[in-house]
Design a protein around this ligand. Structure first.
Ligand SMILES: [Zn+2]
Ligand SMILES: [Zn+2]
Length: 637
């Protein structure tokens, strides 16, 4: 019998007969593991429990906690939903049913219009199916047989999918009860783990996303192993709706997106206050850590992008223009500009490391359907930096960047975890360079004692990277900072330094961001704080509310006093009832309200109301000023 070697994450190696199933390997490792396992990552590919392994492989079991585990779980749930729909609505045609970020969907073609009541019925049927505990059976058919199979059943979308497969391809199928689907997997072994089910919404979706095709009905849903986890997710969803940065952005007058610039955000005065504070904070921290700042042009000659490799790997996402009959490109990244500055001078080993930060405005084309407030835009400012370093400085510099990111995130109260992404298929450079770079990142993380998750094949085309995944106030994660190690660009642009031995050598380049994109980071902050910015970030820090216009003079004096200290203050001198003014200031999420009436004027006091804390009583003006100044200075949370 031919044997294959299976290497586990701890480096241990086990031998099995060729064609062994993932389920059997998992069970052999431990019965307990087989009970909680949902599938495995085999040589970087996520595979279901019933799939076979036919070659020597790296093997990592995945559970629901792992993102690959969720993908298997949710994709299998899409099959369960499809079977439920087939049972309840015979004659429906099936399109595709993938796992997505927080669940799954399936696209259906039917004359019947699905209603919210239908969702309840389908949900009930899904629960029944899951309980019946069907095993997902995999089988294969040659392409022609597969075509006949689906043509007979009138499944035009499956036929369309198969027709786009290569002639000699073997097509895999999965059978779940009476529902057979064309599918490459991966799937759960059976349906019994799918215990908590919720269908969320119905939307229209064109076949293959093309508006010339027929509009199908898409049903979104999510599932969990435990009821409690589903409930937590649904609560978070509800909370997220309230915090939507597009809604708050409008209500708090921070930014807009307009038809004249799809994906190009407009920042209003109050939004710019927050943005400038963030940028100043960024600058201060970088200066402290030995960074210099540069600024490079937005439009640069197209030839530069050929040299950088962006043309071959990234041109679909770039915008182009012509100047004096020559071809130019709008920069999608800041690196080539930074490199041109490096090349304008000769450096010695004594000059390195160079750390050049750039708040660089880049443009990247996104499909209009993918645009989303400040989270997914077509123009954004990266808080970029490029470091030019000696190979011997790799670990130290990486560790310093991790420290910087850690400090900056802590100011906003973000927890985070780190993911390490390795070489993608479409990439430049030798195996050896990738290994040195990947090990450099790994060593820095290990020396700092930071745990991390590995994303196989998810690196940039010029090097591996680590990403910081921030967790916000309601438990959602956002990828923000990234650190990339790069041996390619220095070679492509032939940049050098003069070493001790007078030889010209290549510096190593590090690309990195902390916020990621200023625009997106602001969107995240708006949702993280639910619009209630801490005092140091709040566009208006204090609102002065006179009880009647008799006290407006005192209120104006007070305003000037605060303004002199650099406090951002507003005065609501309108002839409105005080209750109304307080409500309005609360809606604007202003951290402090100072209420001014007879007694306050007589004794030189202010009545302080703090957002979320209510009435704090009367205090001396000077005392209030020193309290708020301290809060601002300390960037209190
Ligand atoms: Zn499937
Ligand atoms: Zn870069």
């Amino acid at each position: 019998m031919e044997m294959i070697k299976i290497t586990l994450p701890d480096g241990s190696v086990r031998e099995y007969p060729k064609g062994v199933s993932i389920y059997d390997i998992t069970k052999d490792i431990s019965e307990g593991l087989a009970r909680v396992a949902l599938g495995a990552v085999v040589n970087g590919k996520t595979r279901g429990m019933q799939e076979e392994v036919k070659e020597d492989s790296d093997f990592r079991v995945v559970k629901f906690e792992d993102k690959e585990g969720k993908e298997i779980f949710w994709h299998t749930s899409a099959h369960i939903m499809a079977l439920a729909v087939q049972n309840l609505f015979p004659g429906v045609k099936f399109a595709i049913g993938p796992a997505i970020d927080n669940g799954f969907y399936y696209d259906f073609d039917t004359e019947h219009r699905f209603s919210p009541e239908d969702l309840e019925k389908i949900e009930k049927e899904m629960k029944k199916i899951a309980k019946e505990n069907h095993v997902l059976e995999r089988f294969v058919m040659p392409r022609n047989e597969a075509l006949d199979y689906f043509k007979e059943r009138g499944e035009v979308y499956k036929v369309d999918l198969i027709e786009n497969f290569p002639e000699d391809e073997e097509i895999s199928f999965y059978k779940l009860g009476d529902f057979t689907d064309l599918c490459a997997g991966p799937h759960l072994y059976d349906t019994k783990k799918v215990k908590a089910i919720k269908l969320l919404s119905i939307a229209g979706a064109y076949w293959r996303g093309d508006e010339n095709n027929k509009m199908l009905q898409r049903i979104y849903g999510t599932t969990y192993e435990k009821k409690k986890d589903l409930e937590e997710y649904l609560n978070r969803l509800e909370e997220a709706k309230k915090r939507d940065h597009r809604k708050l952005g409008r209500e708090l007058d921070l930014f807009t997106l307009q038809e004249e610039g799809p994906g190009f955000p407009f920042f209003h005065p109050k939004g710019m206050i927050i943005r400038n504070i963030l940028e100043n904070f960024w600058r201060e921290e970088h200066v402290k850590r030995g960074y210099d700042e540069i600024k490079t042009p937005i439009i640069l000659n197209e030839s530069l992008w050929h040299q950088s490799g962006h043309w071959d790997h990234y041109k679909e996402n770039m915008y182009f223009t012509k100047i004096d009959g020559e071809d130019y490109a709008i920069k999608p990244m800041n690196c080539p500009g930074s490199i041109l500055i490096y090349k304008s001078k000769m450096y010695s080993y004594r000059d390195l490391p160079l750390r050049w930060g750039e708040l660089g405005l880049v443009h990247r084309h996104e499909l209009s359907g993918a645009l989303h407030g400040l989270m997914r835009v077509r123009s954004f400012t990266q808080d970029d930096a490029h470091l030019y370093i000696l190979p011997s400085q790799i670990k130290k510099e990486l560790m310093d960047i991790i420290d910087l990111a850690d400090y900056m995130y802590s100011i906003f109260g973000f927890k985070y975890h780190i993911e390490l992404s390795t070489r993608p298929e479409d990439s430049m450079g030798t195996e050896e360079q990738w290994e040195i770079a990947t090990n450099g990142l790994r060593e820095a993380l290990e020396e700092k004692g930071i745990e991390y998750i590995i994303n196989e094949g998810d690196g940039a085309f010029y090097g591996p990277k680590i990403d910081f995944q921030l967790e916000d106030a309601i438990g959602r994660t956002w990828q923000c900072g990234t650190i990339q190690l790069d041996f390619q660009m220095p070679e492509r642009f032939d940049i050098t330094y003069v070493d001790k031995d007078n030889e010209k050598k290549r510096p190593v380049m590090i690309h990195r961001t902390i916020f990621g994109s200023m625009e997106r980071f602001m969107g995240i902050l708006i949702e993280h704080y639910a619009g209630k910015f801490p005092v140091w970030l709040a566009p208006v820090q204090v609102s002065i509310l006179p009880i009647s216009d008799k006290f407006n003079d005192y209120a104006h004096e007070l305003k000037d006093k605060l303004k002199d200290k650099g406090i951002r203050v507003e005065l609501d001198g309108r002839a409105e009832k005080i209750g109304y003014k307080i409500r309005e200031a609360q809606l604007q999420r202003i951290p402090y309200m100072l209420i001014v009436g007879e007694k306050e004027v007589a004794d030189n006091l202010v009545s302080v109301r703090k957002r979320d804390h209510g009435d704090l009583g009367q205090i001396k003006i000077e005392e209030f000023i020193s309290t708020i100044m301290e809060e601002i200075e300390n960037k209190a949370k």
